[in-house]
Write a protein that binds this ligand. Structure first.
Ligand SMILES: NC(=O)C1=CN([C@@H]2O[C@H](COP(=O)(O)OP(=O)(O)OC[C@H]3O[C@@H](n4cnc5c(N)ncnc54)[C@H](O)[C@@H]3O)[C@@H](O)[C@H]2O)[C@H](O)CC1
Ligand SMILES: [K+]
Length: 477
């Protein structure tokens, strides 16, 4: 089962891995034609009702594979308004095919004739809201017709995100859907064929460019909507919390506060005027600070705890108390990691160990990345938290879903890149579920490192990654 928006991610990842959408469309159209053939007899007539998106594009391909039948293709709108290049190319490719094509200008022009089979390719996963014209009139005409109705991907008007099926949507007799079934389709009382369209397994296993599409889904946001992050760190070290805080800002958080001991507060502030510093009295965190820190924490969407904390007994005791009492989402890094296996908490934790830290947590080790992937998944399930295990291939798992990231380069073994990753994860966790926040953060930090390495090679330093982070978050085709 895959929701429409997740399908868009996987489909873009397939393109990033070298299987372009046009190839997927060819497979979808071919699969549609194969199912259509099982629903008609020799010499039967077929009317294809196509919209201007890629759902329509699938049906233009299907029409090519249905030569020999009596096929009419009705396009809802003018050909110039077809929304994507690949759908337009497949419309043009119908020119030499043996079928009739018609552009329907408005709802008064909707005439389906009296076909044996209607292929409903008006709208797929791109539908938003209730049907507009001329789709609404066309859907009513399809529902009035005696023909068998085969819907492409989903019945037009059906919402592939929520599985809701409005009354005015097309009532399908059969659905051919692609890659995996969609939410709600199994509940329809009609046969659903799931067609393999050649999307490689790697498109869902690896975090790739398409995953960046997850970041661009909230156009109506306000200040604060992109997250307020509290970094809890510093004491023995000064740079680490400053790097984590700045990374959270570069990864899109609206406000980042750093809680750190007064001994380092001025220095942390000195690294960046964009950070808000919330000092606690002393040279390092200790149990007496917990109440104050919990008050700060309550005002934030996510915590990042660990960068530069050090590992003194009283600091770890304080960190343990904070993690135990906290009920929100926290990224746990560095010395705080070893506390996690023994902590009982309602908090949602995203732990970002390298392999040495994972071992200290009692986690598995394996040379081969596939073995490591499986072992990390098992360990995450045992912990009940999300793991982002850093390495040549980063493994991200919530115990149920597991992803692998391949961005990054050997120059990134330099100190401080872990703080950048933790801060980036904190910012993204304010907007995404933990598995996606962790996967995207690994991808973005690695890509930022790759951008910087082009200029600095192995001489890159962690703070270089800050400025490259926004570019690393950009989705480009
Ligand atoms: N994801 C994949 O791997 C593949 C999917 N394929 C097919 O492509 C569609 C999704 O295509 P998309 O272009 O994103 O969207 P649609 O065709 O569903 O529709 C977009 C089109 O519709 C207009 N629109 C939106 N809402 C409404 C409405 N309520 N009323 C009227 N019109 C509406 C919108 O403005 C756009 O113009 C997927 O389902 C598959 O069939 C490809 O085969 C490649 C592989
Ligand atoms: K459809």
């Amino acid at each position: 089962m895959i929701a429409g928006s997740e399908m868009a991610v996987v489909d873009a990842n397939a393109a990033a891995l070298g299987v372009p959408r046009k190839q997927l469309m060819e497979s979808s159209g071919n699969a549609t034609a194969r199912v259509a053939r099982t629903l008609v007899d020799e010499g039967d007539s077929i009317t294809i009702v196509a919209g201007r998106g890629n759902n329509g594009g699938d049906a233009f391909v299907a029409a090519r594979f249905l030569e020999g039948f009596d096929v009419d293709v009705l396009l809802l709108g003018r050909a110039e308004t077809i929304g994507t290049e690949i759908a337009r190319e497949n419309w043009a490719a119908l020119e030499p095919a043996d079928c009739r094509r018609e552009e329907i200008r408005d709802s008064s022009g909707v005439d389906l004739g009296d076909p044996d089979l209607i292929v409903d390719a008006m709208l797929g996963t791109g539908v938003t809201g209730s049907l507009r014209e001329p789709e609404a009139t066309a859907a009513a005409a399809i529902n009035d017709s005696d023909a068998t109705v085969l819907s492409v991907d989903v019945p037009s008007g059906f919402n592939a995100e929520s599985g809701t099926y409005p009354d005015d949507a097309v009532q399908a007799d059969h659905v051919v859907t692609f890659h995996e079934t969609k939410p709600g389709l199994p509940d329809l009382d009609v046969p659903v064929t799931v067609a393999d369209i050649g999307i490689p397994e790697a498109a869902s296993e690896f975090v790739e460019r398409g995953d960046l599409l997850r970041l661009s889904r909230d156009p109506d946001s306000h200040k604060g909507d992109h997250g307020e992050v509290l970094v809890i760190g510093g004491g023995p070290y000064v740079g680490a919390p400053a790097l984590a805080g700045q990374a959270a800002l570069r990864a899109g958080a609206d406000l980042v506060r750093v809680a750190c001991p007064t001994a380092v507060a001025h220095e942390v502030q000195g690294y960046s005027e964009d950070l808000i510093v919330r000092p606690v009295e002393g040279r390092e965190f200790e149990p007496g600070h917990v109440g104050q820190v919990m008050e700060f924490a309550a005002e934030h969407d996510t915590l990042v705890i660990g960068p530069g904390l050090g590992d003194s007994e009283s600091t770890l005791e304080a960190a343990e108390a904070i993690l135990t009492a906290f009920t929100g989402t926290a990224v746990v890094d560095a010395d705080a990691l070893e506390l996690v296996p023994d902590i009982e908490t309602e908090a949602t934790l995203i732990c970002t160990p390298h392999q040495g830290e994972l071992a200290k947590m009692g986690g598995p080790s394996a040379e081969d990345w596939r073995e490591r992937r499986d072992a990390v998944e098992e360990f995450a399930a045992e912990l009940g938290h999300t793991l982002l295990v850093k390495g040549n291939r980063d493994i991200v798992s919530d115990g149920d879903r597991t992803r692998v990231n391949r961005t990054g380069n050997p120059g990134m073994t330099v100190g401080g890149t872990g703080d950048i990753l933790a801060g980036t994860t904190g910012a993204l966790a304010a907007r995404q579920e933990p598995i996606h926040a962790a996967g995207l953060a690994a991808y973005v930090a690695g890509r930022a490192g790759d951008i910087v390495a082009e200029q600095h090679g192995d001489g890159l330093i962690a703070s270089d990654l800050l400025e490259a982070t926004p570019a690393a978050m950009q989705y480009d085709e």
